[in-house]
Design a protein around this ligand. Structure first.
Ligand SMILES: *Cc1c(COP(=O)(O)O)cnc(C)c1O
Length: 368
């Protein structure tokens, strides 16, 4: 029986605990956001586990992602919100997939289908990204008889900064646009606005369901403003580990990696870790590393495509073939996805979503 050289271990019981906690906190229905391969955790497995844990809805960006869910037997309501004109809207209707509409051109396209599509109207309440803005008044004069308007929603730009006035402004604008729609006789069953951060800190923005992504995966929407996973009682779902491909002793003054970015200050033992930027390890990562034999070993030199080098320390007992933890929940002192985000001028969201397809997802508890 052979082993992988790297693996992302996905503990779905942690996902389930996070969902239960978020449902308890929000006291409303929950849409589990499973876009981008469930933030790198595996679309179908996560969607099914989320359904079992009590998620009422599933949400994705792409129509293709929604179609994959349906083709794999997922029966919950599914909303796809990044569906531009020219998309396969007929499949959306056939497979009972809800789609977001944010402009008149797309609305006209879906209004011409033989059977009524289920749509959610997306409104721009101040983020200036998705949603109706300049076309809103004209849109309100549309013929809505050819569609089934299930929902209206918007998205916060700064929910992770609860004291920012923009949150209140967006909430008020959302309420205003909802009543404008209602005043032309359209009363969608589902209004929704909150992402993870708003679910955790903004009780006024819950409406008919919350759309939780990052928190469901056990990660904080913003470590600085909201605290880390631990402080939020969330359990990180993914643990990333890889094998030491090689362990070797090197003398003082050894130049390490492309560009000789690092020169050893002492004789030491190096570990070559069998995972690289092609697998999603950020090439610019500094001040991160791995956890092996109960301690941290920092990255030295540049991350390569398939591998990177760590300084194990001259007294290390690590051997080639040993597993090292790249990130986990931090409970044993290992690096976290938050640490890797900080180490690469990024955020935990990007760290987990960018883990590439060469890294198998193993649905099993974390190991130490
Ligand atoms: C990604 C996304 C979410 C989830 O955001 P989190 O911060 O991960 O909770 C919710 N709603 C929309 C429209 C999104 O695109």
């Amino acid at each position: 029986m052979f082993e992988n050289r790297a693996e992302a271990r996905i503990d779905l019981s942690r996902l389930s605990e996070n969902i239960k906690l978020l449902k308890k906190t929000s006291k409303t229905k929950l849409l589990a956001v499973v876009k981008a391969d469930a933030y790198g955790h595996g679309l179908v497995d996560v969607a099914k586990a989320a359904e079992t844990a009590g998620a009422d809805w599933l949400g994705v960006a792409l129509l293709e992602e929604a179609i994959t869910l349906r083709k794999n037997g997922v029966r919950s309501p599914v909303l796809a919100w990044l569906v531009p004109p020219g998309s396969d809207f007929q499949s959306a209707v056939d497979l009972d997939i809800d789609i977001a509409i944010a402009d008149i051109r797309t609305f006209s396209e879906v209004s011409r289908l033989a059977s009524k599509p289920r749509i959610h109207i997306e409104v721009d309440t101040g983020m200036s990204r998705g949603g109706f803005l300049d076309e809103w008044e004209e849109f309100l004069k549309s013929d809505f008889s050819k569609v089934d308007i299930v929902g209206i929603f918007s998205h916060f730009a700064r929910a992770d900064e609860p004291l920012e006035k923009q949150n209140t402004d967006q909430l008020n604008q959302f309420k205003k646009m909802v009543s404008q729609l209602e005043s032309v006789g359209v009363k969608p069953m589902f209004k929704h606005l909150s992402n993870s951060a708003a679910t955790l800190v903004n009780p006024d923005a819950k409406f008919d369901f919350v759309r939780t992504g990052i928190a469901m995966y056990g990660l904080s929407p913003d470590v600085k403003t909201l605290g880390d996973s631990n402080e939020l009682s969330l359990k990180p779902v993914m643990q990333l580990r890889a094998k030491l491909h090689l362990v070797k002793n090197v003398p003082v003054g050894s130049e390490v990696g492309y560009g000789a970015l690092h020169v050893t200050k002492n004789a030491t033992k190096l570990g070559v870790v069998a995972i690289g930027y092609a697998d999603g390890i950020p090439r610019i990562a500094l001040n991160a590393g791995v956890f092996v034999n109960g301690r941290k070993a920092p990255i030295i030199g540049r991350v390569s495509m398939d591998q990177f080098v760590v300084d194990l320390g001259s007294d290390s007992l690590a051997k080639s073939g040993d597993w090292v933890i790249i990130f986990g929940d931090g409970s044993r002192g290992e690096y976290t996805a938050d640490d890797w985000g900080a180490a690469s001028s990024s955020i935990n969201y990007e760290i987990v979503t960018r883990i590439g397809p060469r890294v198998p997802r193993i649905y099993a508890p974390h190991v130490y």
